[in-house]
Design a protein around this ligand. Structure first.
Ligand code: CP
Length: 312
């Protein structure tokens, strides 16, 4: 099954079948990362531009690693090293990149909708690596893969997403993805951090963190996005940690075999206590590992890679 269209911009555009196929493909490709020689030639000759207009450790590196494991060539462009600093528009930057005939442009941008704008301008595949407050589809896919691997299913799972929902593109993509796949999604945070209308994405809202965590199979903690807070939305970090942070007492309210997730980067001691982040229920580093597999799958499926055939 092909993906719908040339781009991956959000989770809403993917059907349940598309999502299952991406996860199955990631499961198949995951094994490449465990080989002594971590490279197969299925995207040989393909060119991928990584255009990151905002900082990133996990997403940028894992797209780069994923592309190289499939033998594609990658080229990185950041806000600070691009001609955007000289006043070039996003459209002109996109057309300039397109003139070099990349097969895919992976873009992270601070403006919601920037990847969609670029996707309309270029023939290359555009993959949204996080846009403003809007969407982060490959994060949602790697979160689905992590839950499916750990729990054996997604349908029927109770997942609670706790934190700064208002500023979180991960929350929006995860709510859309998990509800589409049949999980029950509860979100929790201070009233100032829950956007109006969020339940339309397929979740219910609770403002008491103990109640949100109680009985959950999956607890996903979100980062307080200090760089996006224009005004004080909480009394203090200490106050936030007491009322909404995940500590070992609160974690004991979850299901016995509950897993703890966080898209990273962590504010240790704010939304998550260090002993919980590093404890036995934490799958935070598995999320990172699964991120490489999911991004390999997305690149493979969008760029029409052929299965490895003998050299001659
Ligand atoms: N989860 C995530 O998007 O992390 P980075 O900002 O490090 O890419």
């Amino acid at each position: 099954m092909e993906l719908p269209g040339k781009d991956l911009l959000d989770m809403e555009s993917l059907s349940r079948d598309h999502i299952s196929r991406i996860l199955d493909t990631a499961e198949t490709l995951r094994e490449i990362s465990e080989r002594p020689i971590k490279k197969v030639p299925i995207l040989r000759g393909k060119t991928i531009v990584l255009f990151f207009h905002e900082p990133s450790t996990r997403t940028k590196t894992s797209f780069d690693v994923a592309a190289k494991r499939l033998s594609a060539d990658t080229h990185s462009l950041s806000q600070s090293t691009s001609s955007l600093t000289k006043g070039e528009t996003l459209e002109d930057t996109a057309k300039t990149l397109e003139a070099m005939h990349p097969d895919a442009i992976v873009i992270r941008h601070s403006c919601s909708g920037a990847p969609h704008q670029i996707a309309r301008l270029v023939k290359s595949s555009v993959i949204n690596a996080g846009d403003g407050l809007h969407a982060h589809p490959t994060q949602a896919l790697l979160d689905l893969l992590t839950v499916r691997r750990r729990k054996g299913r997604i349908e029927g799972i109770n997942i609670s997403i706790v934190g700064d929902i208002a500023h979180s593109r991960v929350a929006r993509s995860d709510i859309a993805a998990f509800s589409k796949m049949g999980a029950t999604v509860t979100i929790c945070g201070p009233r100032t951090m829950i956007p109006a209308g969020i339940t339309q994405l397929g979740c219910s809202v609770i403002h008491n963190a103990d109640k949100a965590v109680e009985g959950a199979d999956v607890v996903m903690m979100l980062r307080i996005q200090k760089e996006r807070l224009k005004s004080a939305l909480m009394a203090s970090e200490r106050d936030y940690a007491v009322h909404f942070g995940l500590n070992s007492r609160r974690m004991r309210l979850a299901a016995d075999d509950a897993i703890i997730m966080h898209p990273g980067p962590l504010n240790r001691g704010v939304e998550i206590a260090p002993d919980v982040a590093d404890g036995p229920n934490s799958v935070i580093l598995e999320q990172v590992e699964n991120g490489v597999a999911v991004r390999m799958a997305v690149l493979y499926m969008l760029l029409g890679g052929k299965p490895h055939a003998p050299e001659n």
